[in-house]
Design a protein around this ligand. Structure first.
Ligand code: HEC
Length: 131
């Protein structure tokens, strides 16, 4: 029987095996920006533009990677996001995109999250190219 614990350790082992083949920054290198562009088109583009200064339901994600949360001046963020004090590092993006409502309680991104770690790594790698 597959227990949660055995599934978790299998997952961790898979990550270690993958990490072993990579040389640079493990999490970033694990992400494939080309695949991430597709993840973005399917999950994010409805609400986020990649063009500078163009906001949709969500703020533009041009130069979104690495910037402070809530930094697009003319976008009406939730108070929760503005007060979060986060910067969109790889780790913070990963947590936010896993479960937006848990990472920023009271935030207004109406998105359930990307459950697959690979999808998150890929979309984060893609976000890092928007500069
Ligand atoms: C249904 C619309 C919607 C979808 C789908 C959506 N977002 Fe958002 N996103 C928002 C909104 C609205 C905000 C502002 C949240 C707030 O103010 O609390 C936001 C905020 C963000 C922020 C913070 C930006 C900043 O300037 O601080 C990031 C990063 C982000 N989204 C990434 C993504 C990614 C990546 C995806 C796809 C995997 C995605 N979002 C899917 C609506 C959406």
């Amino acid at each position: 029987m597959l227990t949660l614990k055995s599934m978790l350790s299998a997952g961790a082992f898979g990550l270690l095996a993958l990490g072993g083949t990579l040389h640079t920054d493990a999490a970033r290198a694990a992400g494939d920006a080309k695949v991430g562009a597709r993840v973005y088109a399917e999950n994010c583009a409805e609400c986020h533009s990649t063009k500078e200064g163009k906001n949709k339901k969500g703020p533009s994600l041009f130069q979104g990677f690495g910037r402070k949360a809530g930094a697009v001046g003319d976008f009406a963020y939730s108070d929760a996001l503005k007060a979060s004090g986060k910067s969109w590092t790889e780790a913070e993006l990963d947590a936010y995109l896993t479960l937006p409502k848990k990472a920023i309680p009271g935030g207004k991104m109406k998105f359930d999250g990307l459950p697959e770690a690979k999808d998150r790594a890929d979309v984060i790698a893609y976000l890092a190219t928007l500069k």
